[in-house]
Design a protein around this ligand. Sequence first.
Ligand SMILES: [Zn+2]
Ligand SMILES: [Zn+2]
Ligand SMILES: [Zn+2]
Ligand SMILES: [Zn+2]
Length: 238
Amino acid sequence: MLLKLLRLTFIFMLFAFAHAGYAQNPVIIDQEVRQLMDRAIEEMESGKYQKANTTFREMLDTKKVLPSNMSYLFSKTLYMIEQYHNSKNFLDKYLDLTGKAGDYYEEALALKRALNENIEEIKSCNFCNIFGYRLEHCDVCDGHGSLKAACYYCRGIGKTNCPTCLGKGVIITKNQFDVEEYESCHTCQTVGNVTCKVCSGKKVIDSQCPQCLGSGRSKTKEICDHLPHEHKETKLDN
Ligand SMILES: [Zn+2]
Ligand SMILES: [Zn+2]
Ligand SMILES: [Zn+2]
Ligand SMILES: [Zn+2]
């Protein structure tokens, strides 16, 4: 089996991630990394993909040079736990690093096809976000995507000081004899204030819902099955 073979061969692997934070080739794979890789492979072989996910993340955290096969195996693990976008990133990285020479070239192509199908499904589904997480009616804005908030410009008063007379209602000028002359302000009809131009006097404005960022639906931790859920939709009627 390929995974077993790999365990013997990756010690000699000189590939390294060419990305920032990773050392350049050729570098011998560190002992700690080798042990983590062994563990991750065992976890994958026994179907414990969540555990393998944790182990691969530990490998990344070591900030040490990683064998290029790790990219494929991590991608496969992420695929199994339905983190398709993450999976695609590592798969692309693997194909970039190894090209056709990779130990898992054929498997990587098959995984790429499967991933594309899943990503297309997510794109065409109305019930999840681009990462495939189920979306739910947003309770904060009750699905409107926006909240009514006091107008920031007039502070919820609906009126602002007249820009012409600065709130006095009259315009004071001095004539050539240095005597003050008073003239009614026509901008505000001597009232001293004008209708707020931001809220048009409504005192409130619509502000984007901070929970759902305007979409009216918020993300859950549930991975979407791309099917309508009756119980979720009836929640609106409560
Ligand atoms: Zn005025
Ligand atoms: Zn206003
Ligand atoms: Zn909302
Ligand atoms: Zn969906």
